[in-house]
Design a protein around this ligand. Sequence first.
Ligand SMILES: [Zn+2]
Length: 210
Amino acid sequence: MGVLGGLLIGAACSRGVVRPPAESVRPTNASRSTTIVVPSAPTPVHVGPRNAALSDRDLDALWERQLMVPVAGMVRTSLHDDFTAKRGSDRIHGALDIVALRFTPVLAPDDCVIGRMFAGPIGGIVIYATDVTSHFVYYFAHLDGYLRGLAVGDRVAKGSVIGYVGTTGNAPPDTPHLHFQVMKRGLGRVWWDGPPINPIFFFAVDGSRR
Ligand SMILES: [Zn+2]
């Protein structure tokens, strides 16, 4: 088993948090057609080191997104918190590894816009997407492949299939998983590389494809 596989098995586990479902309410202004989702629970705590660029308002805004677990069939209580797992001597993982069978559909955790798609030696086949307010970036790595026809600029709804779990890049070949990272959007050209946020307690919905 590779290094990552060992970390997956040995990762500190933080599970069992179950929150009441969010309340969906219609705005009183009848001219508006969108549904406003009001979280019925307070903003969760951020577990692990928190970049100084992340404000309480950022975390409130992330909670308002009511994220879905981005793997089909994956429930919140089965996630492992490996956000702080060591990567080398001076880095932490800064993401969650969600282990699932190869080819399990990877889902949009939010209504979002596809921002970058490419393949590289580390992340393998990857997607970067932003939420529709462009406040956050969602990063998906080690995909086996993309949903056929997916393209940069596409707007996708929460729960839509965007790709499939795999082991591309430096993932252990015997441990298919989705490397999922949430970041605050960075500035300028490196918008896709902002400070990471631990999403472990920020999922409001289990993974369910639409
Ligand atoms: Zn990872």
